[in-house]
Design a protein around this ligand. Structure first.
Ligand code: 6PG
Length: 243
């Protein structure tokens, strides 16, 4: 069972700064390669931008960072909906991360092939095809929660929620474009799985998520290390207050 932490900050800007500091410290405390899985959506964008600013970027040894995507929209990499493009523009273009350390989902071809290919790339980085709970794939897996309780591209009442054999799957029919998503066991293979949620529009869903309503994909998240819910006070249910 993972350790679960709920960390509430008063404002969204304060939350973003707090998580950026937390991440810089985590990287500084580690040695060797440091793998981060990132997510799309609007919430983490200011975090990526802040990490790209000199005050934070200069404190990170980017040569050690390896970037992966927890999910991707199946559109070309130059499409406005691409999670890769969002992270590229907000972060990657502004920091000295080696190009070979950036591993986006390849969105050419067929979604099923892309899922298989991404699983193979993750397995090659990990050095095995079986995940070992004592040796997490990611140092940090950064995720979000949608208004309907989805996380990554795991949507309510879909069969992908029960997938435990495949590391990565394609999700067709939930959104106008196909999605590629890591499955729960892969997402859980993290020393720190952190979920960043901000804004009043998320309060109702976050109450159900934190109460453990398993209808909601985000409520089924777990990690082999620590699972931390990073919230601003607007998104935090009434019984959870800022530190
Ligand atoms: C995506 C995601 C997704 C996201 C949530 C929250 O590609 O859309 O990775 O799971 O984290 O939908 O998105 P917001 O931050 O925009 O609310």
């Amino acid at each position: 069972m993972s350790e679960v932490v709920v960390d509430v900050q008063a404002t969204e800007a304060g939350l973003i700064r707090h998580v950026a500091e937390w991440l810089v410290n985590r990287i500084a405390q580690s040695q060797g390669r440091f793998s981060i899985a990132v997510s799309g959506g609007a919430t983490p964008k200011p975090l990526y931008e802040l990490l790209a600013s000199p005050a934070f970027a200069d404190r990170i040894d980017w040569t050690r960072i390896h970037l992966f995507w927890g999910d991707e929209r199946f559109v070309p990499h130059d499409h406005p909906d691409s999670n890769y493009l969002m992270v590229k523009r907000a972060l990657i273009d502004h920091v000295p991360i080696p190009a070979e350390n950036v591993l986006p989902v390849d969105t050419a071809g067929h979604p099923q092939d892309a899922a298989r290919d991404y699983a193979a790339r993750l397995q090659s980085f990990y050095g095995a095809r079986q995940l070992d709970p004592s040796r997490p794939l990611f140092d940090v897996n950064l995720m979000g929660v949608g208004d309907d309780g989805h996380t990554a591209s795991l949507f309510p009442k879909t069969r992908e929620l029960d997938e435990t054999a495949e590391w990565v799957v394609s999700v067709v029919g939930q959104k106008p474009e196909a999605r590629i998503t890591l499955t729960y066991p892969t997402l859980a293979s993290a020393k720190d799985l952190i979920v960043l949620v901000a804004g009043a529009s998320k309060k109702t869903i976050m109450r159900r998520v934190l109460e453990g309503d398993r209808q909601l994909p985000a409520a089924r998240l777990y990690a082999h290390g620590t699972l931390t819910w990073f919230l601003d006070s607007a998104a935090a249910p009434g019984n959870v207050s800022p530190e």
